[in-house]
Design a protein around this ligand. Structure first.
Ligand code: ADP
Ligand code: MG
Ligand code: MG
Length: 252
């Protein structure tokens, strides 16, 4: 589904990604871990197609298509969801209204009929039910005055409605409390399916107690230096990143 080969990227002419290789198949959940500054969010931003990130080498294909050639909206049409792609805060714009426009844009690109207000509301109610999210979320301006946990819950809700093939969730350094972590994890687990892949970018080992990944990758200085199964996250919890850093230096 997603194939990243030797991906290199710069931010403000500073090389950050230095040759990322990653293959993601349908149904798989991958966790990307690594200490602060290792380039995790840069990778997510490059996949999102954000302007400030300049790709200087390598390739990314999504279902056989050159992802790097697509603008962010085309990436969404192709079935990619990046949690932070959708606005963090638009004062005065209703959450549901915004999401319907995003969904209809995706549907239109696939030659499907756009949903009217009533049809959309029906879909939204179904998704809220499945995710056990309160209806009051709907009538609030997008993320305005949301707590960290509510923003995350809203991201998962957006993901449920847009129904992407590949979702990339960057659990930024914002301190989520344990209830928020659990609720994000439950949402992601509900949306796991054989057709959908998820990449969870996180430095919280804790999150991976709830979202059990199929693969764990550790980033260091813009490269994936170690990959393994879910047990790798537990090793990291026990030994920290220093051990992997030392092993990597030794191998070089
Ligand atoms: P992580 O998500 O693993 O903490 P980041 O991808 O955020 O790492 O950052 C990797 C490096 O890239 C850091 O040195 C950071 O300062 C730099 N960087 C990331 N985004 C920007 C940006 N928009 N402008 C300047 N430097 C950036
Ligand atoms: Mg960081
Ligand atoms: Mg980050």
């Amino acid at each position: 589904m997603l194939e990243i080969k030797n991906l290199e990227a710069r931010v403000e002419s500073k090389p950050i990604l230095r040759g990322i290789n990653l293959t993601v198949n349908p149904g798989e959940v991958h966790a990307i871990m690594g200490k602060n500054g290792s380039g995790k969010s840069t990778l997510a931003n490059v996949l999102a197609g954000r302007d400030a990130y300049e790709v200087t080498g390598g390739t990314v294909t999504f279902e056989g298509e050159d992802l790097l050639e697509l603008d962010p909206e085309e990436r969404a049409h192709a079935g990619l969801f990046l949690a932070f792609q959708y606005p963090v805060e638009i004062p005065g714009v209703n959450n549901t209204y915004f999401l319907r426009a995003a969904l209809n844009s995706i549907r239109k690109s696939r030659g499907q009929e756009e949903l009217n207000g009533a049809q959309f509301l029906k879909l939204v109610r179904e998704k809220l039910n499945v995710l056990h999210i309160d209806q009051s979320l709907l009538n609030r301006p997008v993320n305005e005055g949301f707590s960290g946990g509510e923003k995350k819950r809203n991201e998962i809700f957006q993901m449920a409605v847009l129904d992407p093939k590949l979702a990339i969730l960057d659990e930024t350094d914002s301190g989520l409390d344990i209830d928020a972590l659990k609720s994000v994890a439950e949402g992601v687990n509900t949306l796991r399916s054989p057709e959908r892949a998820v990449i969870v970018v996180t430095h919280y080992q804790r999150l991976l107690n709830y979202i059990v990944p199929d693969f764990v990758h550790v980033m260091l200085n813009g490269r994936i230096v170690k990959s393994g199964g879910k047990e790798l996250a537990l090793e990291l919890e026990a030994d920290g990143y220093d051990k992997i850093e030392a092993e990597t230096l030794e191998a070089q």
